[in-house]
Design a protein around this ligand. Structure first.
Ligand SMILES: Nc1ncnc2c1ncn2[C@@H]1O[C@H](COP(=O)(O)OP(=O)(O)O)[C@@H](O)[C@H]1O
Ligand SMILES: [Mg+2]
Length: 251
């Protein structure tokens, strides 16, 4: 077991948003987090990245357990060294080239010498098929290329686990395929991934587990083949039917 979250609770202004979240992730798992909008998926990832502070909960990574509420800035920095995040909105530095975006964390946070950082960054860019765009400025890239550069930036830091929050939902449908294919390759290479997504085909084909969230709770935690063929709750059944219908209308 690589990651284990227990008893995670979070509320905003007294409204409970996440209630007693618990799950674990094994090394090499690709876990899809599914659920309707507003159920707390982004808030969960933000708590795991300490952009939001959970009210309670424990976070165990690689055998070390942290108290999510009382965690120190030093411990947060330690966890961030082992985890990577990819967001919906790419968040690239617009005044830096693709290569500079990817080397930034290596030279500034890891204090890696520039030449070594550039070599590491080029290997990460190769994994997402973006070596030829190393000198491009973010504004000149398509959304799919921007997101692949953002994935390379996270990969360059050799995270033990990569978290994604709807990495394709800001993209034109025509550009989602190239990003999903990069993610499929990473999962195939054994990268441990936790992916919030509405892409049912991706979740079905690539993830080995599904966490279905409803109303701030994990309503189902199942093998992905089992979840898609025999969802247990009515909420999950309705969710799958709605998304499948939407997919059919779009194609
Ligand atoms: N900073 C915030 N302050 C108050 N409420 C918030 C904040 N962020 C999210 N929420 C609320 O938390 C709930 C869950 O939101 P979110 O985690 O974004 O859901 P999802 O990603 O599943 O769509 C929503 O009701 C949202 O309005
Ligand atoms: Mg969200």
């Amino acid at each position: 077991m690589l990651l284990c979250i227990e008893h995670l609770n979070k509320s905003f202004c007294g409204n409970p948003i996440l209630s007693d979240i618990a799950f674990s992730v094994d090394a090499g798992d690709c876990v899809a987090i599914l659920g309707p909008s507003g159920v707390g998926k982004t808030t969960l990832l933000r708590c795991l990245n300490f952009l939001e502070r959970a009210e309670s909960g424990s976070y165990t990574l690689d055998g070390t357990t942290y108290d999510l509420h009382h965690i120190s800035t030093g411990e947060i920095a330690g966890i961030r060294r082992k985890t990577g995040f990819v967001f919906q909105e790419f968040n690239l530095f617009l005044n830096k080239t693709v290569l500079q975006n990817v080397t930034e964390g290596l030279t500034v946070v890891r204090r890696m010498p520039k030449a070594e950082a550039e070599e590491t960054a080029m290997r990460a860019l190769a994994r997402v098929g973006m070596e030829d765009k190393k000198d491009a400025w973010p504004v000149s890239l398509s959304g799919g290329q921007k997101q692949r550069a953002a994935i390379a930036r996270a990969l360059a830091l050799s995270p033990e686990i990569l978290y994604f929050d709807e990495p394709t939902s800001a993209l034109d449908p025509a550009l989602t395929g190239e990003v999903l294919s990069v993610m499929r390759n990473l999962a195939g290479e054994g990268m441990t991934m936790l992916v919030v997504t509405h892409e049912l085909a991706f979740a079905r084909e690539v993830s080995n587990r599904v966490l279905f969230m409803d109303d701030g709770r994990i309503a189902e935690d199942a093998d992905s083949a089992v979840f898609f063929s025999q969802p247990k709750t009515d909420k999950a059944k309705g969710f799958l039917q709605r998304l499948q219908k939407k997919g059919e209308n779009e194609t």
